[in-house]
Design a protein around this ligand. Structure first.
Ligand code: 3HC
Ligand code: NAI
Length: 704
């Protein structure tokens, strides 16, 4: 009867099997087909009960998120209407939940009279991560089944639970075995018919108010405050659940719709939905032959047991992959291994790891001072000093000792991976794997595809990234790759504004108000002003034309004020306190005078425009050069590697939201307004000009 719902009658039972690949998204076609199947079952006197099942691994992933940005979600039957319509069924409906029932998928299950689940079932209302709230009754019906506190957790923090928990909470009526699951679900329905089991509606159920009062909501709000700072939807979720305790089902549903609409048409919802699709687009790599077989990665070698090497080793040990960690001297190796142990001990203290797991992980990491121990590893990641000559030596050595087929990767932050690859006789096996610090924590992994990198090497590193729970983004070759190249103008403008008269605290406050956890100047105090100084060494010639470039950082570096590690940088550090440093302000005044830079008031708006728009301008160049394959990849780099506020969806999404014409206009404004600095650094990127003129956004541009 329909492509997307298979309708079958087996004895007394009508089975409606949702068949809209891949995830039974409740788009218009599926909604219509469910209604038609349901009407047919109701009209058929021979049918005594209905089973809703799935033809796919997923039961139902909820509303079709693609429809949110269009009027399609209003095409009848709308999901909220359909759920209420099914709830009023005169015949019992059983949801046979074989896999994930998320968002509208769970809402569909909640209006069924009975729910049975296989061990693979998952239950969740993750709408809040899309900047919205459940809009088809979830906020009103779930609390009627599992109570207020658990509902708050699932609705406002997107917590997903499995079949066992669902059974315990009373969300499902039976847990059935995976084998012959559908048959068992039909059997369950037959039994309902035999027992003359009643139909049910949530309108007859009350939300348990035992122990629930205003403090329940306040305490919950406080418990998620840090993680949800700046986000709009979580509070609306709380309000909706609160409404379920105060209103009838019908009125509660109206309130839910109001709150849903309040969330959906917002920049945050657009940004978070953009991120959802961005995450799924990353593995779409132009020109990659996906039919090639990935290589097997069973053992890994890491060279350098410093800050990065240690963290990288932990990632692999955590995934159960043995690591050989190579150093130049026993004392460096001992120090590196001790740091790894210390990090694990912190996890044990926090209850995130057991002592036994700590020992297992440490047991997977063996130290070595000899390249011979790398002769059999499948992947080597070099994390030695950021110096081309040293890296070249290391790769020449690897070329000698590593087995054929081993992947040779560098964790360089800025250097040319092609030049490193050329040091070997197997450039096809060389790739950049750029982890972020702390490498055992940060989710981003920039995979740098060198000119000669083989497809199977790229594919293998993508798969390996997933294994070690990283979010991989492919970058082409250029100085700093996607992230550090764009971070450079962000940092440049932040420090330049100190030279122009803003205090570090003013700059940082504008950035934290925008949503960053820390402002740039606090970040480099943490990372080390000396680190940036050395990174600039490689590009001094290109910077020679601008004596004001990062001059405050250079001066602080020369004063030995490296940031937190020396208790002084842009701020003074006393214990855990960060205090403003009047000497930095004086240093900026004196330097401004020296360089003939006029000091003035700098507004928070200017801080945001100059940092964001100069970063976005560089992003446009990166896109045009094909260094990133799509603007959403750039967004993922900043969201997962640089603490860009999640609710803004990344710098490029932010630009699309502001409008590229406005971004261009302000870049031109600063180009004209900021004298030499403007001329030097605010030349609009040609792609930005082109897209702005055509009235397009970055989203419209995809590298071929
Ligand atoms: N709408 C539209 N497309 C969706 C979708 C949805 N709800 N869920 C998944 N997809 C698409 C993905 O974009 C992807 O498309 P692609 O192949 O073109 O890239 C494809 O389905 C497969 O998805 P995944 O790659 O994510 O597949 P996995 O097997 O890894 O994961 C999943 C499956 C766990 C269901 C995961 O897709 C997921 O979490 N989906 C979203 C769940 C969700 O947030 N639901 C709430 C929707 S909003 C809602 O229901 C509002 C309602 O309350 C009114
Ligand atoms: P680090 O100075 O902490 O560690 C480097 C280690 O390499 C030292 O322990 C040193 O003894 C060892 N080493 C040097 N030469 C060696 C050789 N020939 N053989 C074996 N070991 C050798 O440096 P860090 O910060 O870990 O950086 C390493 C690499 O990672 C650099 O390329 C850096 O640019 C990159 N990186 C650093 C990040 C950071 O935030 N620190 C972030 C991302 C990348």
């Amino acid at each position: 009867m329909s492509d997307v719902v298979n309708y079958q009658v087996q004895g007394d039972i009508a089975v409606l099997t949702l068949n809209s690949a891949p995830v039974n998204g409740l788009g218009h076609a599926l909604r219509s087909a469910i209604q038609a199947g349901f009407d047919q079952a109701i009209a058929d006197d021979a049918v005594k009960a209905i089973v809703i099942a799935s033809a796919h691994k997923i039961f139902c992933a909820g509303a079709d998120i693609n429809e949110f940005s269009s009027d399609k979600r209003f095409a009848k039957p709308e999901l909220p209407w359909l759920t209420t319509y099914l709830e009023a069924s005169s015949k019992p409906i059983v949801a046979a939940i074989n896999g994930a029932a998320l968002g509208g998928g769970l809402e569909l299950a909640l209006v069924c009279d009975y729910r049975v689940a296989s061990p693979a079932a998952k239950f969740g209302l993750p709408e809040v991560s899309l900047g919205i709230l459940p809009g088809a009754g979830g906020t009103q019906r779930l609390p009627r089944f599992i109570g207020v506190e658990k509902s708050l957790e699932m609705i406002a923090t997107a917590k997903i639970i499995g079949a066992d928990a669902a059974l315990e909470l009373g969300l499902i009526d039976a847990a059935l075995p995976a084998e012959n699951f559908l048959e068992a679900a039909i059997e369950f329905a037959n039994k309902l018919v035999a027992d003359n089991a009643p139909v049910k509606t949530c309108a007859d159920m009350d939300v348990s108010k035992e122990g629930v009062n205003d403090a329940t909501f306040d305490d919950f709000r406080a418990s998620i405050a840090r993680k949800t700072k700046g986000y709009f939807a979580p509070e609306q979720c709380i309000q909706a659940v609160k409404a379920s305790t105060e209103l009838s089902l019908a009125d509660g549903l109206k309130k839910e719709t109001e709150l849903f609409e309040l969330c959906n048409d917002t920049p945050q919802a657009r940004a978070q939905q953009h991120v959802f699709f961005a995450q799924r687009a990353i593995s779409n790599i132009p020109g990659l032959d996906k039919s090639v077989a990935p290589r097997d990665i069973k053992t890994v070698g890491i060279i350098g047991a410093g800050t990065m090497g240690g963290g990288i080793a932990m990632n692999f040990a955590n995934a159960g992959i043995p690591v050989v960690l190579l150093e130049v001297k026993q004392e460096f190796l001992d120090r590196g291994l001790a740091n790894i142990r210390k990090n694990y001990e912190v996890s044990v203290k926090r209850g995130k790891l057991t002592e036994a797991q700590l020992e297992t992980n440490m047991g997977l990491i063996s130290g070595s001072l000899s390249y011979d121990d790398l002769s059999d590893v499948d992947l080597v990641i070099e994390a030695v000093f950021e110096n081309m000559n040293i890296k070249k030596e290391v790769f020449a050595k690897l070329d000698e000792v590593c087995k054929q087929g081993a992947i040779l990767a560098t964790n360089t932050s800025y250097l040319d991976v092609d030049e490193i690859a050329a040091q070997t006789k197997r450039p096809q096996d060389v790739i950049g794997l750029h982890f972020f610090s702390p490498a055992n924590v940060m989710q981003l992994l920039e995979i740098v595809r060198a000119t000669k990198t083989a497809d199977d090497v790229l594919l293998t590193t993508l798969k390996t990234a997933q294994k070690i729970r990283k979010i991989p983004v492919i970058s082409g070759i250029c100085w700093g790759f996607i992230g550090n190249r764009m971070f450079e103008p962000y940092g440049r403008e932040s420090t330049r504004m100190v030279l122009e008269g803003a205090t570090p605290a003013q700059v940082d406050k504008a950035l934290t108000d925008f949503g960053f956890a820390m402002g740039f100047l606090s970040v480099i105090d943490l990372a080390g002003i000396d680190v940036g100084f050395f990174a600039r060494e490689g590009i001094r010639e290109q910077l020679a034309h601008d004596p004001s470039y990062q001059v405050i950082c250079d001066k602080l570096n020369n004063l030995g004020r490296f940031g937190q590690k020396t208790s002084r940088g842009f701020y003074i550090y006393e214990g855990r306190d960060r205090i403003e440093d009047p000497e930095v302000v004086e240093l900026a005044q004196a330097t401004a005078q020296e360089l003939n830079v006029a000091q003035r008031e700098v507004s928070a708006e200017e801080v945001i425009e100059r940092t964001m728009y100069s970063m976005i301008n560089e992003g446009a160049r990166i896109l045009e050069e094909g260094v990133a394959y799509r603007s959403s990849d750039i967004d993922l780099v900043f969201l997962n590697g640089y603490g860009f506020p999640g609710h803004r969806g990344g710098p490029m999404q932010y630009a699309d939201e502001v409008g590229l014409d406005k971004v261009l206009e302000r870049i031109r404004f600063y180009q004209a307004e900021l004298g030499e600095h403007g001329k030097n650094w605010f030349e609009p990127a040609p792609l930005l000009v082109k897209l702005a003129q055509e009235g397009k956004s970055f989203k419209d541009y995809e590298v071929k």
